[in-house]
Design a protein around this ligand. Structure first.
Ligand SMILES: O=P(O)(O)OC[C@H]1O[C@H](OP(=O)(O)OP(=O)(O)O)[C@H](O)[C@@H]1O
Ligand SMILES: Nc1ncnc2[nH]cnc12
Length: 194
């Protein structure tokens, strides 16, 4: 478990500091949170995975769904750490089998997520992983995609939250965690509905 100083996990500061913020990328006005700088620091990268593995192991989670592309960086390690399968939620026209799709609006564009039919079964406990939440549009799309599957439980995890943006209402109703949030601390919101 975590060694804590004043109730705050000391790893969180290092995780927050390792994420580079690049102004005006990919468009003027966007403060881009670049997690590639975190990936260059193996200890910090490992800490991110371990924080989520520690939190979600032994909770009967059978599947981790990672959102392309950056959810593929953290998701598989977390899945292996908790002994779950990994389900890629991919961008359009990448999956060869029968898919279900969900379109969504981003801070700087629009996109769509797809999942193979049969990847998850009713009653499974599923964790959704991405690198960060900005407007929450992507997480909402993942939740909408998984919604009809009648899964028992879902949570959305991210390494950081872009603090200047208001989350879409649906994400505020989701359970999500952000290592870096307004307080540069772990933020967790819970609800049974999304
Ligand atoms: O909360 P939101 O406003 O939806 O934004 C967050 C999403 O945006 C980024 O991905 P992006 O769509 O840029 O794709 P990428 O992972 O392929 O770079 C990020 O990895 C999240 O998936
Ligand atoms: N501000 C941001 N930084 C990094 N990735 C993002 N995806 C959407 N908004 C983003």
């Amino acid at each position: 478990m975590l060694e804590e100083e004043n109730g705050v996990d000391p790893r969180l500061q290092a995780i927050s500091a390792a994420i580079r913020v690049v102004p005006h990328f990919p468009k003027p006005g966007i403060m881009f949170n670049d997690i590639t700088t975190l990936l260059l620091r193996p200890k910090v990268f490992k800490d991110v995975v371990e924080i989520f593995v520690d939190r979600y192991r032994d909770m009967g989670i059978s599947a981790v769904a990672g959102i392309e592309a950056r959810g593929f960086i953290f998701g598989p390690s977390i899945a292996l750490g908790i002994g779950a399968k990994f389900i890629p939620l991919r961008k359009p026209k990448k999956l060869p089998g029968e898919v279900i799709s969900e379109a969504y609006v981003l801070e700087y564009g629009t996109d769509c997520l797809e999942m193979h039919v049969g990847a998850v079964h009713p009653g499974e406990r599923v964790l959704v992983i991405d690198d960060l939440v900005a407007t929450g549009g992507t997480l909402c799309a993942a939740i909408r995609l998984l919604g009809p599957m009648q899964i028992e439980w879902k949570a959305c995890l991210c390494t950081c939250r872009v603090p200047s943006l208001e989350l879409q209402n649906q994400v505020n109703l989701c359970q999500y965690s952000a290592v870096r949030s307004l307080q540069a601390n772990v933020a967790t919101k819970s609800s049974t509905h999304c």
